[in-house]
Design a binder for this molecule. Structure first.
Ligand SMILES: [Zn+2]
Length: 316
């Protein structure tokens, strides 16, 4: 891996392929992460459609078609479900540009966490590009509510998460994860947290056509007062950490990393996407900024944002 220059955009040095099964559809699918040019962002390329068609779908909140249990993106008769963990990995590991090729209707769930995607990126390597990275900088607090849930973006000088869950089930209960996020903390503290579900819900999900590929190999399953997975939990508070992982993935649909604090209480995909929509709809609440590109290592570049006219002419 070459020298990472702070503030510069990145992509993958090589492509990487993963195969598995979709947790909701039960269908087998392969995902190939491809290098992409500077300023192309993250986008899906769905192949293997009826009639041998392919379709490009930007990883953009305006293309979200469903947020029931997972986040689904789609358009022109093509969609890709369960996009959140692969998107979280790219955003979490600071990969700005990537084409995610998927040959089926759903991204494979792998082990229910981001671990396999992290490994794939490690294997592919990261390449630094000559363009400066752009951030969405939060300038004022924006809040959304949904029943007893709420989420807000607040100004903050780096990428911060404050995620809180509150479940009636005593094994999950009330948990909170709050930390500034870096590529290292994503990998270490969030990336390995698996999705979870309650055994009592499984029959209901099956009846609705969901969770057809779910098993103890790709989800934590909770019976009344115990974890059914023989290996137990990977983190004591794995549940809230997984919610943090999902939030990173859904927030990636903003199209650029967000400099600010994202706080959610009893959140989920729907609330995350609503929060992104609401933030970006308020033109006084954010601006696009670039970081000065420097060659030294470390993460100290996150204080000094240089203001850029939103969607204005190229400045680099
Ligand atoms: Zn998830």
């Amino acid at each position: 891996m070459g020298t990472r220059r702070n503030g510069a955009q990145t992509t993958l040095a090589n492509r990487a392929t993963l195969s598995g099964v979709g947790v909701h559809s039960g269908h087998a699918a392969s995902v190939t992460l491809h290098p992409a040019e500077a300023d192309s962002g993250i986008y899906f390329y769905r192949t293997n459609l009826d009639g041998g068609r392919d379709c490009e779908i930007p990883a953009d909140y305006r293309h979200v078609s469903a947020t029931d249990l997972c986040t689904t993106i789609g358009g022109s008769g093509a969609s890709v479900a369960t996009i959140e963990h692969v998107l979280a990995t790219l955003r979490g590991m600071e990969i700005d540009n990537c084409m995610i090729e998927v040959d089926g209707p759903e991204v494979p769930v792998m082990d229910g966490s981001a671990e396999a995607f992290i490994d794939a990126i490690d294997q592919a390597g990261v390449e630094t590009l000559s363009r400066a990275r752009r951030y969405i900088k939060v300038k004022k607090t924006v809040r959304v509510e949904l029943g007893s849930s709420y989420a807000e973006f607040r100004p903050h000088d780096c990428r911060r998460l404050e995620i809180e869950i509150d479940f009636a089930n005593p094994l999950v209960g009330r948990q909170r994860y709050a930390a500034d996020m870096t590529a290292d903390s994503f990998r270490r503290d969030i990336g390995r947290a698996r999705t979870f579900g309650f055994y009592s819900d499984v029959k209901n999900l099956w009846a609705r056509g969901f969770a057809l590929g779910a098993s103890l190999d790709n989800a934590i399953v909770i019976a009344e007062d115990r974890v059914m997975n023989p290996e137990g939990l990977r983190y004591k508070d794995e549940f809230v950490r997984h919610k943090a992982l999902d939030a990173v993935g859904d927030l990636a649909l903003a199209g650029a990393p967000i400099l600010g604090c994202y706080r959610s209480y009893r959140g989920g995909h729907k609330l995350n996407v609503m929060a992104v929509e609401t933030l970006l709809a308020d033109r006084d609440a954010w601006s696009l900024v670039e970081m000065p590109v420097r060659r030294e290592s470390g993460h100290a570049d996150l204080q000094a944002g240089v203001g850029v006219a939103a969607f204005g002419p190229e400045v680099s």
